[in-house]
Ligand binder design. Structure first.
Ligand SMILES: Nc1ncnc2c1ncn2[C@@H]1O[C@H](COP(=O)(O)OP(=O)(O)OP(=O)(O)O)[C@@H](O)[C@H]1O
Ligand SMILES: [Mg+2]
Length: 399
């Protein structure tokens, strides 16, 4: 692979490649070996801050034990039927391989009271199950905690991270000074994922940063460049928020990318980015924003085998996508449309249809929008202003 995100390319293959948390990893291994001796163990609940190797350690363990890993997502876990299907009631996999079931990021999975089936499974199931969480004290885990053996994963120490970064610098022949490696390792707060993202961002830093803040231009950069740094900087000076910008990317992946592998990869990255965005919204983990950029821009840029040498008329994200950006936004948008509709004596449905075209600051003042409403309307107005057919755009594209 020519281009790849360091977080994927250098993700641990074996448990021993996971840096830090030696005791935790040993406990995982012992737990697994007991299963091999047919001694059934309680499920494991591995918890700790983001980006320190919880999920990676589980994947590495499965590989090392030659077990089939079954990964579930939050909605599988919430829905009794899907949960049963994923777990497969104590069955073994193909070729009689043992299955390891990973219930990843369990703390985000429940709103309330949907954990009955899960608690039943945790009590009764006889196969290896591992749950991961950031926040062990999440109130939705109250019923789950006592049913599991808990392993804490801690932030990884600076030395370990610096060594990993240095190995990558050598392998990739990057022109990065040792002192810069140390700065990244110290600055990442024990979050290895974030250190890898920083290393990759700085490593091929060549793009100039004075770019016009234009959504179309930013979308174009993400799709045309194969340079990670350029890609993640693409949306830097934009006036629309990151949530909405990723909707732009989402909308245009199938328009820009032609090979189905390219599309599939790009959408897989967008799905990851979406999960991170969800966690930011739910838990206010603003630090995760950098992951969103890494995935939704960097991941998408590096998903193509080759740049598509063509002019693409990029599309607006459909209203549906804009609205799916968040529930909060939907209700703000509703109140904007009501206010404008009242003033204009028309239905809010009519307002919404034309919002892209009529949104601007004067409208905001005239309709007496509050701060949140005005901010959201601005997203529409910026997009609207740029949605002018522009003959020169064709000529502007070159790379
Ligand atoms: N301890 C580690 N050793 C080596 N690489 C690591 C380690 N922790 C994280 N990484 C790198 O960061 C990436 C993300 O790590 P991982 O998904 O395991 O984190 P996590 O602890 O599960 O985080 P989250 O709580 O966000 O799910 C990995 O693919 C790997 O490249
Ligand atoms: Mg994880």
């Amino acid at each position: 692979m020519l281009h790849a995100l360091f977080t994927e390319k250098y993700s641990p293959k074996k448990l021993d490649d996971v840096i830090g948390n030696d005791d935790g990893r040993k406990e995982m291994k012992t737990w697994a070996l007991e299963f091999e001796r047919n001694k059934i163990q309680k499920p494991l609940l591995i918890y700790g801050p983001p980006g320190i190797g919880k999920t990676s350690a589980v994947r590495a363990l499965a590989r090392e034990m030659e077990w089939t890993l079954v990964e579930t997502n939050a909605s599988d876990v919430r829905d009794p039927e899907s949960l049963r299907k994923a777990i497969g009631e104590n069955s073994r996999g193909l070729f009689n391989q043992r299955r390891l079931i990973l219930l990843d990021e369990i703390d985000g999975a429940f709103d309330r009271g949907e954990d009955t089936e899960l608690t039943r499974v945790l009590k009764e199931n006889q196969q290896p199950i591992i749950l991961t969480a950031n926040d062990i004290w999440d109130k939705h885990l109250a019923n789950i905690r006592p049913l599991c053996k808990q392993i804490e994963f801690k932030k990884v120490n600076t030395r370990g991270i610096a060594d990993l970064l240095q190995r990558i610098v050598t392998a990739e022949q990057l022109k990065v000074e040792k002192s810069s490696v140390d700065v990244i390792a110290k600055g990442c707060g024990g979050d290895v994922r974030s250190a890898l993202i920083d290393l990759q961002s700085g490593a091929n830093d060549s793009g100039s940063r004075d770019r016009e803040a234009n959504v179309f231009e930013a979308v174009r950069i993400v799709f045309k460049t194969s340079e990670y740094t350029k890609s993640i900087a693409a949306s830097e000076n934009l006036d629309i928020d990151l949530d909405l910008f990723t909707k732009w990317i989402e909308e245009n992946v199938p328009i820009e990318y032609e090979l189905s592998e390219d599309k599939a990869k790009a959408f897989a990255w967008l799905a990851k980015s979406d999960i991170m965005q969800g966690r930011i919204r739910e838990r206010q983990y603003w630090g995760l924003l950098r992951y969103v950029r890494a995935y939704s821009h960097g991941g998408v840029s590096l998903s193509k085998k080759e740049m598509y040498r063509k002019f693409t008329p990029y599309q607006f994200p459909s209203l549906l996508r804009v609205l799916s950006a968040s529930k909060g936004k939907r209700s703000v948008l509703k109140s904007i449309c009501n206010k404008i509709g009242n003033k204009m004596h028309c239905s809010s449905a009519k307002v919404i249809e034309n919002l892209f075209l009529m949104a601007n600051e004067e409208l905001s003042t005239w309709a007496e929008l509050d701060e949140d409403e005005a901010k959201l309307l601005k997203n529409f107005s910026i997009a609207g202003n740029e949605f002018k057919p522009d003959k020169d755009k064709k000529r502007k594209y070159k790379e």
